[in-house]
Design a protein around this ligand. Structure first.
Ligand code: NFS
Ligand code: SF4
Length: 653
């Protein structure tokens, strides 16, 4: 086994993660002489100026560094102030995040087009009802027309999400009127995603846009082009092609690996290759081939976001979130890990080599040195997926590594799409958010929180996610989840109806009546758009104000790390949601730009940013905001009554 580079200092594994399976694998890796991301993070000393975003590398006169303790004393060589420098840095982060989601969305649209044009024959349209509904919503005529004709028009309409250079993106039709009005007034309605990202990059070139207030507008527009643009296209079309999720039981954590099976992990973000793999592993030819090598079968497992999607749609087991992707290979039980795009650590190549696992890249946008590349082509998916299976089965037949699979595994209910939530609350014929609004107005539910995003080895894995959500539901806040956060809470057992016992009296009463968990898993990070749609539906259902900014709601990415997370955070803020980030925030506090993000935007009618590291403190910020919105709506008294009721009832009992 090749030895990895040694780390200079080591801390107890239990200080780095609260995930028991990951802890065990980290310890095994250390014994094996293999260095994982969690240990590399201990070894890395981030630059203190960079962490505050107080440096600029936008031209080669610099890099220019500003003293974080006295940020207005000096400017860059070109004269750029700390506000310009931080705004430009955030702008480029948001542009990258938005580009990632829009690239994904455009790919999904391309696949959809391939199905309509019949160049793609291995995939089809699974949810024609959703297709019709979406087309109607976007003003496309559906009456007496074939599915193909409607789909073709829908395709042309959604194409504008990416290619428009003026006008408004198609999904602006979904935005509550008052929210859209504000965007129009401020000139931040997104036109087309390619236009917004390109303009963001050009405006942040040296000597271009150097007014942080003006830059802020394009930051918002670029982020909105993600949430109400490419991400929303990705979610909606993925549902139409692969099925709209509804509740399904799935198993989560490394215990889903099976020693006597060929284990194939798919880790990434685009559902097409994973769907292709699913077809491949069900092929009797490969099942027999696996049996011929002595395996009991083929075990297909997901990780990260496409894993979260496959879990939501098909109940495919999920092995863990971002910080566990290297650790899972330490089990020795993974015969192949197949990846596509985003959040695939380059470090996987070295760990895979140490444990004789096939690491296979499949996207022409993401090769990794040391991995095997097998191109996935949606017009011919089996060429790729068959080759992956051949490699995995043959690796099973010649396994040389000792196998150690942590026995952690947790069942949970996944797959709460916006459509299902509407149906669950209102029933088939009058699906509606009114019952949710009613329960918020009468105070049983205090408010709604979106808790989403990554894990980041700067903080103990899963700890902030779990303790934050525990505190929120205890205080009657209904939690909606996506991405790696959802996996953290799934592992901790919160996505079960029994978790209602951990909720406050009002929320647990609602959960018991409806039969739902207090924490609803909505899918991948791209599926954060389901939260936007739910928020819009809440506004439209009435009684909670006119815009998203009026809702008693808040968002959080407690262990964020990616630029996508910044784009998501910004589109929530620009849509009207108070959004708290844990870990830290790349803007120097005490500067005017920081004040704009954390204060000024709210005064302009938007949401705003918040930051805190401690989960209880984050919960406090979110709950205070929810209570502030309740009192602005005049519904704070109702909640006081509910609580008195509960106390009275307890006193009687
Ligand atoms: Ni979201 Fe998914 Fe996870 Fe973070 Fe990465 S996998 S898209 S970016 S790390 S939640
Ligand atoms: Fe320095 Fe200005 Fe160049 Fe940035 S753009 S590196 S602040 S001179």
């Amino acid at each position: 086994m090749p030895k990895d580079i040694p780390v200079t200092k080591q801390v107890p594994a239990s200080d780095l993660t609260t995930c028991e399976a990951t802890r065990q694998m980290l310890e095994k890796a250390r014994k094996d002489g293999v260095v994982l991301n969690l240990d590399r993070a201990v070894d890395m000393k981030p630059c203190p100026i960079g962490v505050e975003s107080a440096c600029c590398k936008h031209c080669f006169m610099g890099p220019c560094r500003i003293n974080p303790r006295d940020p207005y004393k000096k400017v860059g060589i070109c004269g750029a102030t700390i506000d310009t420098i931080t705004a430009r840095n955030l702008a480029r982060n948001v542009a990258t995040g938005s580009a990632s989601h829009n690239d994904h969305g455009q790919h999904i649209l391309h696949l959809f087009k391939g199905i309509i044009e019949k160049s793609v024959t291995d995939f089809s349209i699974a949810d024609t009802r959703k297709l019709q509904n979406l087309a109607t919503e976007l003003g496309i005529d559906t009456e007496d027309r074939s599915v193909e004709d409607v789909a073709k028009d829908l395709c042309d309409e959604l194409e504008k999400t990416f290619s428009n250079v003026d006008g408004e993106m198609p999904f602006m039709k979904r935005v509550p009127a008052a929210t859209l009005e504000l965007w129009r007034k401020d000139g931040i309605v997104p036109r087309g995603a390619m236009k917004e990202v390109m303009e963001m990059m050009s405006r942040t070139h040296i000597g271009c846009d150097q007014d942080y207030n003006h830059l802020m507008k394009q930051i918002s527009r670029t982020a909105l082009a993600d949430g109400w643009g490419g991400s929303m296209v990705a979610t909606e079309l993925s549902d139409i092609m692969f099925g709209t999720p509804s509740p399904i039981v799935a198993e989560v954590n490394m215990g889903v690996l099976k020693e006597d099976h060929v284990n194939v992990i798919v880790h990434g973000h685009e559902p097409a290759m994973f769907e292709g793999m699913l077809a491949g592993v069900n092929d009797p030819f490969f099942i027999q081939a696996a049996k011929d090598k002595g395996a009991a079968g083929i075990n297909l497992v997901g990780m990260c976001c496409s894993g979260a999607e496959m879990m939501s749609r098909h109940g495919i087991p999920h092995a863990g979130n971002f910080s566990s992707t290297e650790a899972v290979l330490v089990t020795g039980a993974v015969d192949a890990m197949v990846v596509d795009i985003q959040c695939i650590k380059q470090g996987l190549a070295q760990v895979a080599k140490c444990y004789d696992t096939h690491l296979i890249t499949t996207s022409d946008r993401a090769h990794i040195e040391g991995a095997t590349h097998i191109q996935f082509d949606e017009t011919d998916p089996r060429t790729c997926t068959d080759e992956v299976l051949i490699k995995a089965i043959s690796r099973f037949g010649s396994r040389s590594q000792p196998i150690q699979i942590p026995n952690q595994v947790q069942k949970g209910i996944q797959g709460f799409s916006h459509e299902y939530i509407e149906y669950m609350l209102g029933g088939t014929f009058r699906g509606s958010y009114s019952p949710l609004n009613d329960n918020i107005i009468n105070g049983r539910i205090r408010g709604v929180a979106g808790v989403v995003g990554c894990t980041n080895p700067k903080v103990k894995q899963d700890y902030v996610h779990v303790e934050l959500v525990r505190e929120l539901i205890k205080n009657d806040v209904l939690v909606l989840q996506t991405g790696c956060s959802q996996i953290a809470l799934s592992k901790a057992g919160f996505l079960t109806p029994e978790a209602a016992a951990l909720a406050g009296p009002g929320l647990s009463e609602v959960c018991e009546t409806v039969g739902m968990p207090p924490v609803l898993g909505l899918g991948s990070c791209v599926d954060n758009t389901r939260i936007l749609i739910a928020a819009s539906a809440m506004v439209k259902a009435g009684g909670l104000g006119n815009s998203i900014a009026d809702l008693p709601a808040a968002g959080c990415a407690p262990e964020w790390m990616s630029e996508k997370a910044l784009a998501i955070g910004q589109y929530f803020v620009s849509s009207g949601v108070y959004t708290v980030f844990g870990v830290g925030f790349p803007a120097l506090s005490g500067t005017r730009f920081h004040d704009l993000l954390f204060n000024g935007l709210e005064q302009q009618g938007y949401g705003k940013w918040g930051m805190a590291k401690d989960p209880i403190e984050i919960a406090r910020l979110m709950i205070d905001h929810i209570d502030k919105k309740r009192s602005q709506l005049g519904i704070d008294k109702a909640r006081e009554r509910v609580l008195v009721d509960m106390n009275d009832r307890r006193a009687l009992a």
